[in-house]
Design a protein. Structure first.
Length: 472
């Protein structure tokens, strides 16, 4: 029997080969139905209505189907009065506390607040100073990756997405845990803290190592500083040293706080809860959540907003002219500009109607740094898009539905202002959201304690079996 020799030496990015499935695909009479069938699913809106199936687990009015109970957070964007949705100002509450209070108090006291939210999510209560210090010390002690991990993990793998790298990295960490299938509370907390400590380093190492290899230089990854907050740790690695200001770290801390948790119904958190309900290990559940967040309908939307802002800056001559800006937004909606999708990215939300509290906080805390960095005009253009887009969308689409900016309208601009590479926008979202995923995983395991197993109505036709030789 012939054997295939495996080359265990890791090739460089330039030497790695990829498979182009389109080039190797051959559509013949024998393969046509195979490829055509997958794209010809005979479902339509009427069929969903006939069977009273909530497509996307959404009610007819757009609200989410209630799938569980939670004490972790509440995402409020409307009231229901006599069965009718009534728009309301947006509010995000975490374990009983308004996100605006959590962010503003940390900022006013000139301290980093993300770790406080981590403790709140995992413990359900705000920490005392000694408890917060203990949490920070525990996370700091876990920042270095396990011995042998970096040599086994292909940090410079040619990949179009660091989110994919993160997902694989989390699964590999399973192999470095002596009791990876332990789902006791103590072990679950330890895994969550270890990932909060390690994911920023893994994401940044994956980016800097690949860039260094592409540029033919050695990557420099500084050793962790025990006293650094999560925000400072991320900037230290990205800047390959300590070349960042306190104001920059404080703004990144705001972004981490705003992304830490956003209800159990968002796609990645629900994915985490679904896997957790089977009592699988934490690494598998978090890897799945990262895979969900990668999607352009979820966390991947911020890159689209960044590209749209660049396109508007290029094609609108007078950024301070409402008429010119509104006219170009109308072209985008009419599929005459930007990517032809007819979407103004960063506008609208599944829950928020009149306002997204996260977008409001982004706008408030980003303004000062934008002025300091000479980016006030770009910032003002984004504010103008936020102000004009709802009416333009109503005019073009003929709807009276309330539309507000969501956090993605400002995320890309803020990350760009902080020098965060675009391929790390969504990974930083994942780093921050680990806290929320962990809280929901534990609530699912120890609270609901039942495997999630919804039903699907069958709409197929039943056919008699035809022997292979008789099939036409």
């Amino acid at each position: 029997m012939s054997m295939i020799e495996l080359n265990m030496d890791r090739p460089s990015i330039a030497e790695r080969s990829t498979v182009n499935f389109a080039e190797t695909r051959s559509i013949t009479p024998a393969t046509k139905r195979l490829y055509d069938g997958a794209a010809m699913v005979p479902y339509n809106e009427a069929l969903f209505r006939e069977h009273n199936v909530k497509r996307g687990l959404r009610n007819a009015d757009g609200s989410g189907v209630v799938a569980g109970l939670t004490r972790i957070s509440d995402v409020h964007g409307y009231n229901k009065v006599d069965g009718v949705l009534v728009p309301d100002e947006g509010k995000l509450t975490i374990c009983g506390y308004d996100i605006e209070d959590l962010v503003s108090h940390a900022q006013e006291e000139q301290r980093f607040g993300y770790e406080e939210i981590v403790f709140l999510l995992l413990a359900g209560e705000l920490p005392r100073q000694d408890e917060l210090d203990a949490l920070r010390e525990r996370v700091a002690s876990m920042r270095m990756l396990p011995k042998g991990y970096v040599s086994e993990f292909p940090i410079s793998t040619k990949s179009k997405s660091i989110m994919n790298v993160l997902s694989r990295a989390v699964l590999l960490l399973y192999a470095f845990d002596e009791t990876p299938d332990d789902i006791s509370p103590a072990h679950e907390v330890d895994v969550a803290l270890s990932l909060l400590a390690r994911l920023p380093r893994i994401a940044a190492i994956a980016h800097t190592t690949r860039q260094a290899e592409l540029e033919g230089r050695r990557a420099h990854v500084p050793r962790p500083v025990a006293s650094y907050s999560m925000a400072e740790t991320i900037l230290q690695i990205l800047r390959e040293g300590e070349d960042f200001t306190h104001d920059e770290a404080m703004l990144l801390d705001v972004m981490l706080m705003l992304h830490a948790e956003h209800g159990g119904g968002n796609n990645s958190t629900f994915a985490c809860r679904v896997l957790s309900s089977s009592a699988t290990d934490a690494y598998s559940a978090y890897s799945a959540a990262i895979g969900s967040l990668k999607g352009p309908r979820h966390g991947g939307a911020n890159s689209k907003v960044t590209a749209m802002h660049a396109d508007i800056r290029e094609h609108v001559r007078r950024w301070d002219d409402d008429g010119e800006v509104a006219g170009y937004l109308m072209k985008i909606l009419n599929r005459e500009a930007f990517d032809g999708s007819g979407l103004i990215y960063g506008m609208g939300h599944a829950v928020y109607t009149l306002s997204d509290p996260r977008a409001k906080l982004c706008r408030h805390y980003a303004r000062k740094l934008a002025e300091e960095k000479g980016l006030g005009e770009e910032f003002a253009l984004i504010e103008r898009v936020e102000r004009l887009a709802p009416q333009v969308m109503r005019d073009v689409r003929g709807t009276d539905k309330p539309i507000c900016a969501n956090i993605d309208l400002y995320t890309g601009f803020i990350y760009n202002m902080l020098g965060v590479p675009e391929d790390l926008y969504t990974p930083l979202f994942a780093v921050a959201r680990m806290a929320g995923w962990a809280a929901h995983r534990m609530e699912e395991i120890y609270g609901a304690n039942r495997i999630i197993r919804p039903a699907y109505n069958s709409v197929m036709t039943y056919e008699p079996y035809v022997p292979l030789a008789e099939r036409g």
